[in-house]
Design a protein around this ligand. Structure first.
Ligand SMILES: C[S@@+](CC[C@H](N)C(=O)[O-])C[C@H]1O[C@@H](n2cnc3c(N)ncnc32)[C@H](O)[C@@H]1O
Length: 289
């Protein structure tokens, strides 16, 4: 299954959830939320802005339709880069753990599963995923993803509420720190404005300090100097984290195997296509001691 085919399955469910809440006004709500998100993402560098809310099912539908398959494909492309600098494989054991920070919408986990389905040399047979996100409403969307993907890998997806700006929500969480792979996809730009008193930096300090030796970290985000420098400030200068790959501000598109035509019905209904071109920055880091 392609990422766009998977997204279509999730969208059908989200549409039903939206209908139950908004009834006949759902389509107009979704159109308005597509604009709401685009406006929110244009203003990410404004430190006085309000946080973007994903609570409403119409907003979650808008997000999944516009961004999830494309972001998932960027995760696949970044994993391919990691595989190539890591001796031909990303993972080293049959059982692996994945922690997706800001991973509620499912792009990151879909990307990892897609990568595993395409890379038969990877030894992983069982994948335990932690989706860590401040918005609880995402919890239902992807917990049955393994069934939809018909993946040969056995998958266990756990949603864990976690707000990086509230240390009380992550201070006592331990399991997600055991991950072999952490993903931060379009997350750092979303929380940079809320780094009051250095709380966001404290969160990354915890991750880099407590992660297991050998763990990899994937950072993918909007290609802007402010976000690149903000993320880099968390790891550059650390002796226990090595950078395996970095790339700044590159125009990127999903691979040719991904066709957004799968979403034709919704593209017509909302007069909108998924985002298919983005300027992104990438970092692949490794915990080395
Ligand atoms: C732009 S989306 C990125 C989602 C996904 N990783 C991707 O690449 O498509 C940002 C995610 O961060 C979550 N988020 C925003 N602020 C947060 C916070 N303070 N703590 C934890 N999650 C937060 C949102 O609920 C949303 O799921």
């Amino acid at each position: 299954m392609t990422l766009f085919e998977l997204v279509k399955v999730a969208l059908d469910e989200l549409y039903d959830e939206g209908k139950a809440q908004h009834g006949a006004s759902l389509d107009d709500k979704i159109k308005a939320k597509i604009s709401y998100l685009a406006g929110g993402y244009r203003g990410l560098t404004d430190s006085s802005r309000r946080a973007i809310s994903y609570r409403d099912p119409a907003t979650r539908f808008a997000y999944v339709m516009k961004y999830v398959a494309t972001h998932g494909d960027y995760v696949v492309q970044t994993l391919e880069a990691l595989r190539d600098v890591n001796g031909g494989k990303v993972f080293s054991a049959e059982s692996a753990r994945l922690s997706c920070v800001g991973g509620g919408p499912g792009s990151d986990v879909m990307g990892v599963l897609k990568y595993l389905s395409e890379n038969k040399k990877e030894p992983v047979k069982k994948l335990t995923c932690y989706l860590l996100d401040g918005e609880q409403a995402w919890a239902d969307t992807w917990t049955e993803i393994g069934d939809a993907l018909q993946s040969p890998v056995s998958i266990n997806v756990n949603f864990q509420p976690l707000d990086v700006t509230k240390p009380e929500s992550w201070n006592s969480q331990k399991k997600f720190l055991l991950a072999d792979l952490f993903t931060f996809s379009y997350f750092v730009s979303e929380v940079k404005a809320f780094d009051k008193g250095g709380v966001v930096g404290d969160f990354w300090d915890k991750i880099f300090t407590e992660a297991s030796i050998g763990a990899n970290f994937l950072y993918i985000d909007n290609g802007y100097k402010e976000f690149n420098e903000f993320f880099d400030s968390f790891w550059r200068g650390r002796k226990d984290v090595e950078c395996l790959y970095e790339d700044d501000n590159q125009w990127t598109t999903p691979r040719g195997s991904e066709q957004s035509d799968e979403l034709g019905e919704y593209k017509t209904k909302f007069g909108q296509s998924p985002k298919l071109k983005s300027m992104i920055s990438t970092r692949i880091l490794k915990k080395i001691k």
